[in-house]
Design a protein around this ligand. Structure first.
Ligand code: SF4
Length: 780
């Protein structure tokens, strides 16, 4: 059998030891580590080589094995050749010895054998160099190893690793065999499902980009997963199913489970957030505080072999069970286990956020990720957030108060920061707002110093008072400094004055398409963006993949007659007119709620608007539920469960774009109708107007890109709560005079083509009554 091993994968799997990295290593280490590597390699003399690729193929026990990898440095010093392996670290260098992480020296020994063998050397000088990412100080371990001892080590490693590789290759063969045999798990395909499957398959085969406008009900999760899997014929291809909502994740898990029950032997994993998967509930990823972090790597191999040979679907529950068995961190365990899985269900950020992405898949070329991006209309805003950051100007002061007694020099950097800040008192405009398309480099340089010093103090003083608070501030500042690395033409540097000597400082990304497209084009092998609400498509294609990609627009499988869609376009919901039109809004809601006992929702542009209308509402037989700001998941579930009590009628007064207008499945009689007040426009403010200017310059459609399109998407999402299955019937009433405008008419989905405009409350009531009375049109 032909086998190919990367040196790093052998060393990591067989020889990893030590603790899980402390809290500083999370998220930001990859960028800093790379920089530290480059710093050292730049110091090499002209005769030395960096990133030296080595590859060796040999026959061994019936196998043809190829081992390959990149040696960090092949150095020429005083006529000698020295192989160098560089490891970046935030650990104090004085604490590092050769037991720190045994996989590092093991990796160097494997390279040394290959290099020595190929170059006929009897001894091989090697150097293991640790570099601190904070100050680039180094600690070096030099050895001279004989080719004989390296040979023993090399073949022992090959024997050990081949046993694991055999397990993986058997699993891969079974996967590919069962993939060939597996058939679509439903006897009949829904309307549009075959088209979506074919388009997905061709996209994945061609490594290209597809946008699919795929309405609720066509079975898009199973369609896209099944077709992507069918396109996968190589062991290193991996399917990433990206979803931002719990409900999407559950549907994806069910789809994989169903295929596995049908005979597909494929390993699928769900990566949950650290907050949700932490076993110690305190999220102090410090080996001195969390036993799941202490000795993590020493127990990881056994934990992976155990779960891999006994399970094939790794959801949060299963991962936790095995993590507890081996006393290792469930979150890091899920990331490590994912390397051996064929399908990974996770949030967008594991692919697109440079501070969180899974580096092995999206920095190395070894894997071929195929991406399914569910509810991808959300990715536009999410991607902007990934490249934005902010902090309150009081934050450095808080850091100073808590750590200056440990490092007095930080005071100088903090003074420097506040000196730089002073100028914004004059620079902010009458709206107390300043922005620039350039970063304030002087301020940034002092922030970098503060971050670096805070980091060292925290690393050296584990028991420092108020550690949690300091860490929270540290991470905010660190995020700001790291985000600054990506500052470009689509970014703004913003300073908002809150009060005297108090500012909000922001890096704001107006458009992350350069970054998203770079990942899509260079690091993935096929991607399908799908959602029911990609209207207008050009907006999403521009803001995700710079206009690149093909598309399909699939019809809704639900009978149009099951949706009564009314537009009332004689009422202004603009801010200045709200007082005058409150009664109109209240009458529409009453007309809908009183037409039939049931559950209804009215969506508003703001909490304030809800309060205004509430005092004019005359609802007798329904419990009125009002959404509060900052509601957590449990409160949201409590309200959702109220709607499930069908003995009572409910009226929800919720905010458009909030947690009830998207990602909540009100199936069957859970929801009989909605009123949507307004056109969903984001708040018109100076910030959004700057974004408008940016889009005006770039696409000649500033207002639409900054306001109309993202706003109307919320309307379509909220309206979509009513019809969730072919058996659902319900009413949607859109209230705003702007629905007369051509732009809104052009944005409405085809499924709304039967809409009716009614402005008299009497006619609206009659229409709703006859809709609910008349079952003759219902197609079930
Ligand atoms: S169990 Fe929790 S606190 Fe411990 S390392 Fe994992 S995420 Fe961090």
């Amino acid at each position: 059998m032909k086998r190919t091993y990367a040196v790093k994968e052998i060393a990591t799997f067989l020889y990893s030891t030590g603790d899980l990295t402390n809290e500083f290593f999370q998220n930001h280490s990859q960028i800093d580590g790379k920089k530290a590597h480059l710093h050292l390699q730049r110091l090499y003399n002209d005769d030395s080589q960096k990133e030296y690729y080595i590859k060796y193929t040999f026959n061994y026990k019936n196998d043809e094995i190829t081992v390959h990898g990149f040696i960090d440095g092949v150095l020429k010093e005083n006529g000698n050749t020295i192989l160098e392996e560089i490891k970046s670290t935030r650990e104090e260098l004085k604490k590092i010895d050769l037991d720190y992480h045994q996989e590092h020296l093991s990796q160097l020994k494997l390279y040394a054998y290959l290099y020595g063998l190929i170059n006929n050397m009897s001894i091989v000088p090697v150097r293991l160099t640790y570099i601190s990412v904070d100050d680039y100080k180094t600690k070096k371990f030099n050895f001279i190893l004989t080719i004989d001892e390296l040979k023993d080590f090399f073949y022992k490693s090959i024997d050990d690793y081949t046993r694991w590789h055999q397990t993986l290759s058997e699993a891969s063969t079974v996967k590919l065999d069962t993939l060939k045999d597996i058939t679509f798990p439903f006897a009949n395909k829904r309307q549009g499902q075959s088209e979506l499957m074919k388009a997905t398959y061709l996209t994945m085969k061609a490594n290209s980009i597809l946008y699919a406008i795929a309405p609720t009900g066509i079975g898009k999760t199973m369609a896209t997963i099944f077709s992507t899997l069918k396109s996968m014929t190589k062991p290193n291809e991996k399917l990433f199913y990206l979803t931002a909502k719990t409900i999407g994740r559950e549907v994806a898990i069910d789809s994989f489970r169903m295929l596995q029950n049908e005979g597909l032997k494929l390993h699928a994993i769900v990566i949950s957030s650290k907050a949700k998967s932490c076993a110690s509930k305190m999220q102090h990823c410090d080996p001195e505080k969390c036993s799941f972090a202490k000795g993590y790597f020493s127990r990881l191999r056994q934990a992976i072999e155990d779960i891999y040979t006994n399970e094939i679907l790794y959801n949060q529950e299963t991962i936790m069970k095995y993590a507890l068995k081996y006393n290792i961190c469930p979150f890091e365990y899920s990331l490590d286990l994912s390397y051996f899985c064929d399908a990974i269900i996770c949030d967008y950020n594991y692919v697109f956020d440079p501070k969180a992405h899974l580096i092995r898949y999206f920095e190395d070329t070894e894997y071929q990720p195929k991406i399914l991006c569910d509810e991808s209309h959300n990715l536009v805003e999410r991607s902007k957030d990934m490249y934005s950051a902010e902090f309150d100007s009081l934050l450095p002061l808080r850091i100073e108060e808590k750590i200056s007694s440990y490092d007095k020099t930080i005071t100088k950097n903090i003074r420097h920061f506040y000196d730089e800040l002073k100028k914004y008192d004059d620079l902010v405009n009458k709206d107390l707002f300043y922005y620039s398309h350039l970063l304030d480099d002087l301020m940034l340089s002092s922030l970098k110093q503060i971050v670096q010093k805070a980091e060292l103090v925290l690393a050296d003083n584990k028991e420092i008072k108020d550690r949690d608070e300091i860490l929270t501030d540290y991470f905010l500042l660190k995020d700001f400094v790291d985000t600054a690395e990506f500052f470009g033409q689509s970014h703004m540097f913003v300073v908002k004055k809150i009060e005297d000597n108090h500012f909000q400082i922001e890096i704001k990304c107006a458009d992350a398409s350069d970054f998203i497209y770079d990942t899509v084009k260079n690091k993935t092998k096929g991607i399908v963006f799908f959602s029911a609400t990609l209207f207008p498509l050009k907006y999403y294609m521009d803001l995700l993949t710079k206009g690149n990609g093909k598309y399909i627009n699939l019809p809704s499988p639900f009978p149009q007659a099951n949706l009564d869609l009314i537009i009332k376009d004689d009422v202004s919901t603009r801010y200045k007119d709200r007082e005058a039109t409150i009664l109109d809004i209240a009458h529409v809601i009453e007309g809908l709620v009183n037409s039939k006992k049931g559950n209804y929702i009215a969506f508003f542009p703001s909490y304030k608007y809800i309060e205004m209308v509430l005092s004019h509402l005359d609802i007798e037989d329904s419990e009125v539920i009002i959404q509060k700001s900052n509601m957590d998941d449990s409160e949201r579930d409590r309200i959702f469960n109220k709607f499930k009590n069908t003995k009572k009628a409910h009226l929800g007064l919720f905010v458009l774009g909030g947690s009830f207008s998207e990602g909540v499945d009100f199936q069957g009689d859970l929801l009989n109708g909605v009123v949507i007040v307004g056109v969903g426009l984001p708040m018109v403010n100076i910030e959004n107007n700057i974004i408008k200017e940016y889009f005006e310059e770039k696409y000649g459609a500033g207002f639409d890109y900054a306001y109309t399109y993202p706003g109307f998407n919320k309307v379509v999402q909220a309206a979509g709560r009513v019809i969730r299955s072919e058996y659902d019937r319900g009413v949607v009433i859109l209230v705003d005079e702007r629905y007369k405008y051509q732009i809104y008419k052009s944005l409405m989905p085809d499924f709304w083509s039967h809409k009716i405009t009614l402005n008299s409350i009497g006619m609206i009531k009659n229409n709703i009554k006859s809709f609910f009375d008349d079952d003759s049109d219902i197609i079930m």
